[in-house]
Design a protein around this ligand. Structure first.
Ligand code: F6P
Length: 319
């Protein structure tokens, strides 16, 4: 293993920079040349590649975003684009690739690995929707952002005696809503994994009001439906003035939490070690507090399981 390439792809996630830093420094420590592939798989297709030094990753462990930039590449998934990428790998003498991203990114890693390029995946997505790992890098930072927003909205919700719906990201996964809802003390958590009953939400809002609660916080995962429709229903059926806040991309940025920095650092270092040990097609993850790696193909097959027990607990605690 003389030269390793690294790229970040898909939606960025806080902690990607910490992982890039760990990969670059572990590679250089082991006398391996490390090249940064810019803007995800697009950079691999177009040969946007630059050698990285120790100083390339100075002062980034605490920064959100990705210094390598990211994309959702349409070209890489075409036959012609993939062939161009393989040619670039050959021309630049890249012996192994480390990719940082979510399941879409990992599908690209699988294709590279199948084509004989040693490839390792590091799970980075705020959604926490990859079943083989307990947590993905960026998830807890996004949850912190959502919890901070819930706290602020709760203040104004109480002042005005309103209901407030906070829509969070997560694509088809309700984990950001669940974790932020539980730790933010939300009255209702609405996620795609559990059938949504508007009547139940309305009933809870009325019950809360009757027992003197001034605020009413509803955390809604983006995959469920339209937050404004839910607000309208509550206003019409419970008579409670309801406002909507869509948190959006604010959840994708910001300084990573300690957990995300540590996980990213450990996985970044391990990814280089795996390549040095002759491994390919491996997905890094974290299980019961331990960094693990497993076959990329197997990892992609493992479905995400929603934590119903935590959801039920949140329900009980918000009566
Ligand atoms: O996958 C991360 C994520 O932030 C999802 O939660 C969200 O649905 C999506 O990306 C938004 O993508 P984009 O930044 O391309 O609009």
């Amino acid at each position: 293993m003389k030269t390793i390439g690294i790229l970040t792809s898909g939606g960025d996630a806080p902690g990607m920079n910490a992982a890039i830093r760990a990969v670059v420094r572990t590679a250089i420590y082991n006398n391996i040349k490390i090249v940064g592939i810019k803007q995800g798989y697009d950079g691999l297709v177009n040969g946007e590649i630059e050698e990285m030094q120790l100083s390339s990753v100075a002062d980034i462990i605490h920064r959100g975003g990705t210094v390598l930039r990211s994309s959702r590449s349409d070209e890489f998934i075409t036959d012609a684009g993939f062939q161009k990428a393989l040619n670039v790998i050959d021309v630049f003498g890249i012996d192994g690739v480390i990719v940082l991203g979510g399941d879409g990114t990992f599908k690209g890693a699988k294709a590279l690995s199948n084509a004989g390029i040693p490839t390792i995946g590091i799970p980075c997505t705020i959604d926490n929707d990859m079943g083989y790992t307990d947590y993905t890098i960026g998830f807890f930072t996004a949850v912190e952002t959502a919890v901070e927003a819930i706290g602020k909205i709760r203040d104004t919700s109480t002042s005005h005696g309103r209901a407030n719906i906070i829509e969070v990201m997560g694509r088809h996964c309700g984990d950001i809503a669940l974790y932020a809802g539980l730790s933010g003390g939300a009255e209702s958590i609405i996620v795609p994994e559990i059938e949504f009953e508007i009547k139940e939400t309305i009933k809870k809002a009325i019950q809360g009001r009757n027992r003197g609660k001034l605020h009413h916080i509803i955390v809604l995962a983006e995959g469920v439906g339209n937050a404004y429709d839910v607000a309208k229903e509550i206003k019409e059926n419970a008579g409670i003035d309801t406002r909507v806040t869509i948190l959006g991309h604010v959840q994708r940025g910001g300084t990573p939490t300690t957990f995300d920095r540590i996980t990213a650092s450990e996985m970044g270092s391990t990814a280089v070690e795996l390549l040095m040990g002759g491994q390919s097609g491996r997905a890094l993850g974290i299980k019961c507090n331990k960094i693990i790696d497993l076959d990329l193909v197997e990892a992609l097959k493992i479905k995400n399981v929603f934590n119903k027990k935590m959801y039920e607990t949140a329900k009980i605690l918000s009566i």
